[in-house]
Design a binder for this molecule. Structure first.
Ligand SMILES: Nc1ncnc2c1ncn2[C@@H]1O[C@H](COP(=O)(O)OP(=O)(O)O)[C@@H](O)[C@H]1O
Ligand SMILES: Nc1ccn([C@@H]2O[C@H](COP(=O)(O)OP(=O)(O)O)[C@@H](O)[C@H]2O)c(=O)n1
Length: 669
């Protein structure tokens, strides 16, 4: 997961391979609540692990449910309709799929509860649900603005509820209100309970998911069209024992679009033609735009058909969430695309019509929007602009806009606050990066003499940008260690043998640790003696050649920061930023001294200084890849700079080289 301030996606060209999608958020949170209300224990397979499901799980645990983590499963022992904790303050984050159904269920369970969320949750309407519950005899107060969370729920008895007349609920703002009632009212079904929907019901497919899952838990709702729903008297939740969560069909939309835009064949696993999720019908919309799609019960295979994509006009009421993806696909179409009947976008994680219109415009697109529609005009190759996409704490905005990286102008896309995808798809960007081909992966090279602070600087810069990190010195240090253990010396007579060792090093970097054949050698390679051995083996041309491929393999999306001696001169000569880092010999000896002492390695300043000078001399005078600044390197002498100042300087150089305006980083030092 990327928790950086922004994530720059380099220009992408193609997609190929297989992706396995995470579980559906809608199904996960419904299953969790149903399992909690039922009697018995339910084992849930393939549950989505995300912000919204954690919110639900935390609330259920607070209410007294037993929750046990298994191997890839979760076991929930339900309350069986009775609360063991009749009082709680529950935090719902920004999870509508937790807030709405829990409000309804807790109103009937007979306890005293407070439900609140993040500020955006307090702007998302819940009045229609509260009205329906109040009509029924439930007792709910608004603690902030009327019609919105936070809420206070007071206890009632089921016998006091007015179940004789149909309960009326609006269906035209959010289908979650009806879902909430359908999931809660079986708790009170000592007689038939009828719900009448007022207004045209939106997002009907989500109601189908609710009905389908209710049936799995023993509740068979009778439905008359989409206007009247009856919960039969005597309905009782019963755990199905085991239940599998389908992959998220809305999450599939980004990869279906990816296939349509840039693939000769992308396989998506976890959802397919037999999905119970309405958003699976996104495949029809994508096919209308030109995608070639094959599907099986649990998979989809998507490739590019028409190109440019075909512009469409589509009523998106049946695929409200996935339809956002169409708005970005529209940039690659042959005319304006109009998405209608999407008023519900305005009450989601953010006002999604405004958000999409604003951000598409930043990319250069012409966009028209109204209360319930959006029209997006395609972008010609010369019309694309480099944009910092604001994501409004809305996972779908972040995921949709990653598709803009396929623009024909080869411009990178900056996604602000990429962490927001954690709501439904924490590893979205990693999954995307595993199947796309970039035009080029950016590399920042940090070369310089020993103890100048390269490693410290490189790790921090990589962390800020969400990039991978290559400590090339560690590869030479491990080779030196392997040489010692093999009883060899760093002389030309053993060059081929040492190079063979280097080529086949059973080396893995794991959470900052260097593991050699499963052994943690992180500390063993840090001694000054190991540094000297590294310096000696690194002077052997065959050893350097043997390690080249391994170093290049670190260059992966979204980018790399590499530290060493020849990163900018030999290994990554095309790197867009090269830094040559230096500090005075006295400073460097002092820094290394402090560093080693703090690790409990005893040494003296004098010996360090002479070792360091010997190493500088050997590194700079060797015949292959000597230590020297690349011609296009920026020099940074950090003798009088703090670590933070050095990091800021390099990040500023990096930002200056990017096409984005108004870079959101720290000011220049
Ligand atoms: N700009 C700096 N100012 C002060 N100390 C620094 C600075 N940069 C690095 N150091 C310290 O110097 C020591 C050596 O840094 P390191 O990153 O290991 O150097 P290198 O990778 O170049 O050998 C570390 O203890 C680090 O905290
Ligand atoms: N890209 C690189 C990295 C390190 N090396 C060699 O490996 C030794 C150890 O590298 P390092 O980066 O871990 O050393 P320090 O700068 O941390 O002392 C250096 O002294 C160099 O001789 C190299 O030749 N080329």
């Amino acid at each position: 997961m990327f928790s950086t301030e922004f994530l720059d996606i380099p220009p992408l060209t193609e997609a190929a391979g297989t992706v396995r999608l995470p579980g559906s958020k809608s199904i996960s949170n419904r299953v969790l609540l149903l399992a909690a209300l039922a009697s018995g224990t339910t084992t849930v397979h393939d549950l989505l692990d995300s912000d919204d499901t954690r919110v639900m799980l935390t609330a259920l645990a607070q209410l007294g449910c037993r929750i046990e983590q298994g191997d890839g499963t979760l076991r929930i022992t339900g309350l069986g309709g009775k609360l063991s904790t009749p009082q709680a303050k529950l935090f719902m984050g920004n999870a509508g799929t937790a807030m709405r159904p829990l409000t309804a269920a807790l109103s009937l369970l007979g306890g005293d509860f407070e439900l609140s969320g993040v500020p955006r949750m307090h702007e998302r309407p819940i009045g229609d649900l509260v009205d329906a519950l109040t009509q029924l005899g439930c007792h709910i107060d608004y603690l902030g603005n009327p019609g919105y969370p936070p809420l206070r729920i007071h206890p009632v008895t089921l016998q006091s509820l007015h179940l004789d007349a149909p309960i009326r609920v609006r269906g035209d703002v959010s289908s979650q209100f009806l879902t909430a009632l359908l999931m809660a009212l079986p708790l009170a079904s000592y007689r038939d309970i009828t719900i009448d929907v007022v207004g045209e019901l939106i997002s009907k497919p989500y109601i189908e998911i609710t009905l389908n899952l209710l049936a799995r838990f023993g509740i068979h709702v009778r439905r008359e069209g989409w206007q009247r729903f009856t919960i039969p008297a005597g309905s009782q939740y019963q755990s199905p024992g085991e239940i599998h969560v389908e992959a998220d069909a809305s999450s599939a939309s980004y990869f279906i679009a990816l296939g349509a835009i840039a693939s000769e064949g992308l396989r998506i696993e976890g959802v397919g033609a037999e999905s119970i999720q309405g958003d699976i019908r996104f495949v029809e919309a994508a096919a209308q735009m030109g995608a070639r799609i094959q599907s099986g019960p649990n998979w989809l295979q998507v490739s590019r058909g028409a190109w440019p994509l075909k512009a469409i006009t589509l009523d998106c009421n049946h695929i409200p969430d996935a339809a956002m993806t169409l708005a970005v696909m529209a940039l690659y179409a042959d005319g304006p695309t109009t998405l209608t009947n999407i008023a519900s976008w305005r009450v989601k994680e953010t006002d999604r019509i405004d958000a999409m219109a604003n951000e598409l415009a930043k990319l250069g697109a012409k966009v028209e929007a109204g209360p319930d529609f959006i029209r997006v005009f395609p972008l010609p190759a010369d019309g694309w602009r480099a944009a910092s996409i604001k994501t409004y704490d809305d996972h779908r905005v972040a995921m949709c806009f990653s598709l803009a990286a396929f623009n024909p102008a080869s411009i990178p896309v900056r996604v602000l606050d990429p962490h927001c995808v954690a709501k439904t798809f924490p590893d979205y960007f990693e999954t995307l990066f595993s199947v796309v081909k970039p035009l080029s992966v950016p590399v920042i090279c940090i070369d310089g003499p020993t103890a100048s602070g390269k490693g410290t600087l490189a790790v921090e810069v990589a962390h800020e940008l969400g990039y991978h990190y290559l400590d090339s010195g560690a590869l030479y240090r491990v080779t030196g260690l392997a040489m010692r253990r093999a009883g060899l010396d760093a002389d030309p007579a053993h060059e081929t043998q040492i190079a063979d060792l280097a080529r086949t090093l059973p080396l893995r970097f794991d959470a900052g640790k260097a593991m050699l054949a499963g052994e943690d050698v992180t500390d063993a390679i840090r001694s000054e003696a190991a540094g000297m051995d590294a310096s000696r083996v690194s002077a052997l041309p065959a050893v350097r050649a043997a390690l080249t491929e391994l170093q290049i393999s670190f260059r992966r999306l979204p980018g790399l920061v590499a530290d060493g001696r020849d990163m900018g001169t030999v290994i990554f000569p095309d790197a867009p930023l090269k830094v040559f880092l230096t500090a005075s010999a006295a400073q460097r000896a002092e820094r290394r001294h402090k560093q080693l002492i703090s690790k409990g390695i005893s040494t003296t300043l004098d010996s360090l200084r002479s070792d360091l000078e010997a190493r500088d001399l050997r590194d700079s005078s060797r015949s292959v890849a000597p230590l020297k600044p690349a011609e296009d390197a920026r020099r940074l002498d950090n003798s009088t700079l703090s670590i933070e100042q050095s990091v800021d300087q390099v990040l500023n150089w990096w930002q200056q080289a990017q096409p984005f305006q108004a870079a959101p980083t720290k000011a220049s030092p």
